[in-house]
Design a protein around this ligand. Structure first.
Ligand code: SF4
Length: 235
């Protein structure tokens, strides 16, 4: 088992050089009704159902370094070509490399809705990160919870801790009035424990989506080996 904060530090050393970060592609995607997407390399989790797999888990082997200005230009160009008003960083974990992410948001100059898809760990570990993000009114944060409990989180990610940071990120986003919603991956049919925690946090009405797991051959193989495929078969 690993510590996602320690892993984030190691990954950051591989994917960040100064203000530049590694990405492996830029593309137009159909999600959210159409969004310009920069796919980053590197993540601080190892979710068993991850479909990005090798590209994000072995950052030294893929991608190239881009400055925040270059990423902003690529996103702008993709958005202009398709008439999109939304941009995002996807692929790996976009909160790794705080300086890069903040500089990217500055370069985008509030021209677009920026959807920050994150596992929330680094946001929950440092309140000041959320404070800094809250200065950008054009942000919407989508926190993907890996499980309904700390135990399920560890089973899905192989990490010894992290679920409480995920929950903390929701608390900070709430406190700082940042627009956000929750996505959830869970093997549990009964999600009452999570729902009552959210209720206690005043988040009973939060928009919650179930993350759809894509059963690509490598994902299917991993789930099969772990005896967890059945939980995702109806995805
Ligand atoms: S947080 Fe996302 S990118 Fe990272 S391992 Fe999990 S599914 Fe993959």
């Amino acid at each position: 088992m690993y510590d996602p904060l320690e892993l984030a530090e190691r990954v950051e050393r591989a994917v960040i050089h100064g203000e530049r970060r590694k990405y492996y592609r830029f593309r137009a995607a159909k999600f959210y009704g159409g969004i310009a997407t920069a796919d980053a390399v590197g993540c601080n989790l190892r979710c068993i159902f991850c479909w990005s797999g090798n590209v994000v888990w072995h950052p030294e082997k893929s991608g190239a370094f881009y400055s925040p200005e270059e990423v902003a230009q690529n996103l702008r160009k993709t958005a202009a070509g398709k008439g999109y008003h939304q941009v995002r960083v996807s692929g790996g974990e976009p909160t790794i490399g705080r300086g890069h992410l903040i500089a990217l948001l500055e370069h985008l100059n509030r021209e677009f809705l920026f959807i920050l898809e994150t596992n929330g760990i680094l946001l929950g570990a440092d309140r000041t990160y959320v404070e800094e993000l809250s200065a950008f009114p054009n942000i919407h944060v989508r926190v993907c919870l890996k499980g309904c409990t700390a135990e399920e989180f560890s089973r899905l990610t192989g990490a010894r801790s992290g679920f409480e940071y995920q929950m903390k990120s929701l608390e900070y986003l709430r406190d700082m009035h940042v627009s956000f919603n929750v996505a959830l991956v869970s093997m549990k049919k009964e999600k009452g424990e999570l729902f009552s925690r959210l209720l206690d946090m005043g988040l009973g009405n939060i928009m919650m989506e179930e993350e759809r797991i894509m059963l690509y051959p490598s994902v299917r193989r991993r789930l099969e080996q772990a005896g967890m495929l059945e939980y995702f078969m109806d995805e």
